[in-house]
Design a protein around this ligand. Sequence first.
Ligand code: NAG
Ligand code: NAG
Ligand code: NAG
Ligand code: NAG
Ligand code: NAG
Ligand code: NAG
Length: 246
Amino acid sequence: MKFLGYTNFAFVVFLVSFHSLSACSQSESEDHEFNYDEGTGRGPSRWGTLKPEWRTCSDGRKQSPIDIGTVQVNSELGELQRNYRSAQAILRNRTEDVAVVWSEDAGNITINGTTYRVDNCHWHSPSEHTINGTRFPLEIHIVHRSPQNKTAVVGILYRYGMPDFFILSISPFILSLRTEDQNLGFINPERIGFPGSSYYRYNGSLTTPPCSENVIWTVFRQVFSLTLLPDMYIFYFYICGTLNEE
Ligand SMILES: *[C@@H]1O[C@H](CO)[C@@H](O)[C@H](O)[C@H]1NC(C)=O
Ligand SMILES: *[C@@H]1O[C@H](CO)[C@@H](O)[C@H](O)[C@H]1NC(C)=O
Ligand SMILES: *[C@@H]1O[C@H](CO)[C@@H](O)[C@H](O)[C@H]1NC(C)=O
Ligand SMILES: *[C@@H]1O[C@H](CO)[C@@H](O)[C@H](O)[C@H]1NC(C)=O
Ligand SMILES: *[C@@H]1O[C@H](CO)[C@@H](O)[C@H](O)[C@H]1NC(C)=O
Ligand SMILES: *[C@@H]1O[C@H](CO)[C@@H](O)[C@H](O)[C@H]1NC(C)=O
């Protein structure tokens, strides 16, 4: 099983590296509303000025991401229970990222008595949250919404190491993604896995415009690992601008 995984993995990485070069140069879309490249005047420090409804990006007082370790994180927001199930999902090119979006009810998490249904997961490279100043190569955000449309996001960081099974399993779809949604079939969010049972919890915001606040963040203390040849992989979650940010 493991050997098979590795063989497929090497193959996928080869294709990814070949494909991503063209994907990235094409994605420099001038008219995209916001991006991660400060040089374009539409980078993160300008988001709050681009549209009146994005003002929170610069005026907000509880903005995410944060550096965990230097900012006080509240550990009294309650437990995290998950109750996921398999449901139809698609892979979507949202221009600023690639997201797995569930089109049916794929279950939920419960935090302090409120149930939030899973909506999508997507990646940021490099990580947005840092731990005591350390930035990681990749971060997954699993986004959930309550019936009152309150948002709860679970964040997990990745370091370099062994391949990640969930990413590996959707790689072929990522490779063939252009602008049309790709049907992923049934995906159980459980497959992403939660690393360990210890996490940081704080009250923050969406990390992209409109940067809305009152978002409950759960960031796992333990990190996932991510492949051999990681740079090529990360490149594929492509946000080409973010890679130059550091
Ligand atoms: C950050 O570093 C300080 C000082 O070394 C340590 O006490 C603290 O536990 C660290 N925090 C995290 C989240 O690792
Ligand atoms: C948890 O829920 C209880 C009851 O709904 C509420 O009183 C309390 O403020 C909540 N705590 C937090 C930290 O959200
Ligand atoms: C949470 O998801 C489970 C299945 O994963 C479902 O049975 C349950 O009804 C859901 N809870 C709510 C409050 O939607
Ligand atoms: C729910 O909140 C999200 C994020 O703040 C927003 O994009 C979406 O439009 C909201 N949906 C509804 C039905 O209000
Ligand atoms: C994703 O969509 C954007 C335009 O919305 C396009 O520029 C980019 O090339 C697409 N990505 C891929 C991998 O085709
Ligand atoms: C989180 O912060 C918002 C303001 O951004 C506040 O309205 C809300 O009550 C806070 N929620 C909790 C659970 O502390």
